[in-house]
Design a protein around this ligand. Structure first.
Ligand SMILES: [Zn+2]
Length: 108
């Protein structure tokens, strides 16, 4: 009688928790309908760039950014669609920020 293969226990692999939807990655869906709607809402509520405002400059925001990043939020089990993590930015500040983030990832 051959031995039954034992169930392999990998304690370093986290068990998948049932999410509202199946998620296998920490990638945020920036093309999703939910995000596009939310992003317009944020820009309507806070039309000025957050970073420019901090510098005392008034600039119209065109981009909505996550702080912390969507990836971090998802990995922590937080809701990336929660407005408390969303900040309006102008293109200049958004580019500066995403440039830094890309750098932090070791790319570019
Ligand atoms: Zn700005």
């Amino acid at each position: 009688m051959p031995m039954k293969p034992k169930k392999i226990v990998r304690p370093w692999v986290k068990e998948h928790k049932p999410f509202e939807r199946e998620r296998h990655s920490t990638d945020f869906d920036y093309n999703g309908r939910k995000w596009r709607k939310l992003r317009l809402q944020v820009l309507e509520e806070k039309p000025l760039c957050n970073d420019c405002k901090a510098e005392g400059v008034v600039t119209r925001a065109t981009v909505v950014d996550h702080e912390p990043t969507a990836k971090v939020l998802i990995s922590k089990g937080l809701d990336p669609y929660d407005k408390q993590y969303l900040f309006p930015l102008c293109k200049k500040h958004h580019n500066a920020k995403s440039g830094r983030e890309a750098h932090a990832g070791g790319m570019g």
